[in-house]
Design a protein around this ligand. Structure first.
Ligand SMILES: [Zn+2]
Ligand SMILES: [Zn+2]
Length: 263
């Protein structure tokens, strides 16, 4: 297993020591674990600033990589929260400040609001989803120092009912085309199973099919684990989804360079 999305107590929404996550991953037989703690500059919820103590984090990553090198490859990563404007300058600084192996670029906000609290109180599902994908497209035009776009349809977690996606597929095609042209990829994020989204996977089947048809090849699998038990979650199902869409490889990263692994 190659779990390319995980969190530890360096993230504001996890309390599990990094050591425990890595030991759990080893005991599950995970070959490579990307530690991708949150850095979400200017996140609007002050109770969860998603700031990161970079000094401590970098030291911990380097120490963990060395200590466990015989048993697991610890991929030194980051989940970068992208927004617009000045925030992205902070993202650029953070991305270039350390020799990461892998950076996930994720959108947890839109127009200065976090997605889970007030965003949909002020707009309909249809409008909120449309604004989100417009925001993502503009965001990746402005900030592109990442390797894969995280949980592309994360917005589906927060709607009361999934709107008819045919109205957004043109914009999603623009996003995927932009990613492919920049040499970036996407991730299959298995947390959709934990969130009880059922058939609505992340990405959804229609987005995954579109990515494949556009020539997209770079794709990681990540559990988005915040606790030990969530590591490697539904990995087998994720592989099956990829195979059923014609993918023959998953992607791993070392020093920001992609490597394709046959599945
Ligand atoms: Zn995320
Ligand atoms: Zn995450």
């Amino acid at each position: 297993m190659y779990d390319y999305h995980s969190h530890s107590f360096f993230s504001d929404d996890s309390s599990v020591p990094l050591k425990n996550m890595i030991e759990a991953a080893i005991s599950m037989g995970i070959k490579e674990l990307a530690v991708t703690d949150h850095y979400d500059p200017d996140y609007p919820d002050k109770n969860f600033p998603f700031d990161l103590d970079f000094n401590l984090y970098h030291q911990a990553l380097l120490a963990a990589e060395k200590e466990h090198s015989k048993n697991i490859k610890v991929v030194k990563g980051l989940e970068m929260g992208i927004q617009h404007g000045e925030t992205n300058k902070k993202c650029y600084l953070a991305a270039s400040d350390f020799p990461y192996d892998f950076i996930i670029g994720s959108f947890h906000c839109c127009g200065g609001q976090d997605l889970y609290s007030k965003y949909f109180i002020e707009r309909s599902d249809e409008d909120g989803v449309r604004e989100f994908y417009d925001y993502v497209y503009e965001g990746i035009c402005d900030f592109n120092n990442f390797d894969v776009l995280g949980h592309i349809n994360v917005i589906d977690r927060y709607v009361s009912k999934i709107p008819d996606y045919s109205q957004y597929m043109f914009k999603i095609e623009q996003i995927l085309t932009k990613l492919i042209n920049m040499g970036k990829g996407i991730e299959l994020n298995t947390s959709s199973f934990r969130y009880g989204l059922g058939e609505r996977t992340t990405p959804s089947k229609e987005i995954l099919a579109l990515y494949k048809s556009l020539g997209g090849e770079i794709i990681t699998i990540g559990s988005d684990a915040h606790r030990e038990k969530q590591l490697g979650y539904k990995y087998k199902e994720a592989i099956e989804i990829l195979i059923s869409h014609g993918f023959k490889y998953i992607t791993t990263f070392d020093k920001r360079v992609a490597k394709q692994i046959k599945i």
